[in-house]
Design a protein around this ligand. Structure first.
Ligand code: GLN
Length: 304
C-alpha cells in the first residue's frame, strides 16, 4: 500500500478515537491553538512527500527544538559534551527537579529541560550571538527562510516558567552553568517558541534519516557517528517517561513537544511529522502517538 493510502486509513481510524487529551496551558499562549488541528507529513529520503490535514499551518515546536541545539553543540564540542550532560533516559517528567540534586547538577540527557538548558549554556560558550546562530541553523536545515521565533509564546513562557528557573539555578549551584542565567533562559524560551509546519518539520528531520547529510545542499552537517548517537538519544529519551512506550508502539527514534508535534525518522527511508495539540498525561500528543503507531504497524516496518 502507498504512503498516501495508508495516511487516508490513518485519518479514518484516528477520527474514531475519543481524544481526552488536553492542550498545554501552563504556557498560556499555547492554549490559544485550535485543539482539533491535525496534520501528518511524510518525506522520503528519495524526495517524495505525502501529507494530510493542516500540513502547512505553523505550530510551536517547543521541545522538538532541543534536537537542533544539541546538533549544534555536539558538532562543535564533540564527545567533551558528555561531561556536562548524560545520555540515559530519566524515567521522569521533562521538567523534573528531583534527579538533578542526587546527580550533582548533571542532567540525565539533553532532551529533558535541565539538559536543554545546559546545551543553551554551551551555545553561549561557543557563539557571540547564539540566538541568531540557532535561528539561522534552523532555517538552513528546514529549507524555509520564513521560520522564526514566536515572541509572544516566548514571553508567555518566561512569565510562568518557575520550574525552568529552579532547574537552572540548581545547576548553577553545582557549577554546571557558565553564563548568565537570564540570558540562557531567554535563549531557551525563544528556541522553544520556534514555529514551523508539519511539512517543514518532516523536511528538517530528513537530515537525521539521511545520516547527517543535508539533502537540499548535498552538504554534511553531522558525521555518521554523531547522527547515529543523536538518533539513539531520540529513541531512548525523546519522550521523557514515555520513551519506552513510544519505542514499543512505534519503533522509530523521535521527539515530541508540548505544542503537540511529534517527529520521527526511519533512517535511510523517511521522516514523518505529526501535529495534534491535545496531550496525554506525559505531555506527548495523544493522537500523534496513535497516528505513528498506526503508520509503522500498517507499513510493517520500523527500525526493529
Ligand atoms: N518550553 C517547554 C518547557 O520548558 C518545553 C517542554 C516540552 O515541549 N516538553 O516546559
Amino acid at each position: 500500500m502507498s504512503f498516501q493510502n495508508i495516511l487516508i486509513e490513518i485519518e479514518k481510524e484516528i477520527g474514531l478515537i475519543t481524544n481526552d487529551g488536553k492542550v498545554a496551558d501552563y504556557i498560556p499562549e499555547l492554549a490559544r491553538i485550535n485543539p482539533e488541528s491535525f496534520a501528518v507529513s511524510i518525506i522520503t529520503v528519495d524526495g517524495k512527500d505525502f501529507s494530510l490535514g493542516n500540513n502547512l499551518d505553523f505550530f510551536s515546536l517547543q521541545s522538538i527544538t532541543k534536537v537542533f541545539s544539541l546538533t549544534m553543540a555536539y558538532s562543535i564540542l564533540g564527545e567533551k559534551l558528555w561531561s556536562r550532560v548524560g545520555v540515559e533516559p530519566s524515567g521522569s517528567a521533562f521538567n523534573s527537579l528531583v534527579q538533578l540534586e542526587y546527580e550533582n547538577g548533571i542532567p540525565r540527557n539533553p532532551f529533558i529541560n535541565a539538559g536543554a538548558l545546559v546545551i543553551c549554556d554551551i551555545l553561549f560558550d561557543i557563539y557571540n550571538n547564539p540566538e541568531k546562530e540557532l535561528l539561522d541553523f534552523t532555517k538552513r536545515i528546514s529549507g524555509n527562510s520564513n521560520i522564526d521565533f514566536n515572541l509572544k509564546v516566548a514571553e508567555s513562557e518566561k512569565a510562568t516558567s518557575y520550574t525552568n528557573k529552579a532547574l537552572i539555578n540548581l545547576m548553577k549551584s553545582f557549577g554546571n552553568i557558565n553564563n548568565d542565567i537570564d540570558n540562557i533562559l531567554d535563549l531557551y524560551y525563544k528556541m522553544c517558541s520556534i514555529e514551523m509546519s508539519s511539512y517543514d518539520l518532516a523536511n528538517t528531520f530528513l537530515l537525521y534519516a539521511n545520516h547527517g547529510v543535508l539533502k537540499s545542499e548535498g552538504e554534511r552537517i553531522l558525521s555518521v557517528s554523531k547522527t547515529k548517537r543523536i538518533n539513539s538519544i531520540m529513541q531512548t529519551c525523546g519522550f521523557y517517561d514515555e520513551s519506552g512506550e513510544f519505542a514499543f508502539k512505534v519503533g522509530l527514534p523521535g521527539k515530541s513537544g508540548v505544542g503537540g508535534g511529534i517527529v520521527a525518522v526511519h533512517p535511510n527511508k523517511y521522516s514523518v511529522a505529526v501535529w495534534s495539540p491535545k496531550l496525554n498525561s506525559k505531555g506527548n500528543s495523544l493522537l500523534g502517538m496513535k497516528a505513528l503507531e498506526l503508520l509503522t504497524t500498517k507499513i510493517e516496518e520500523s527500525i526493529f
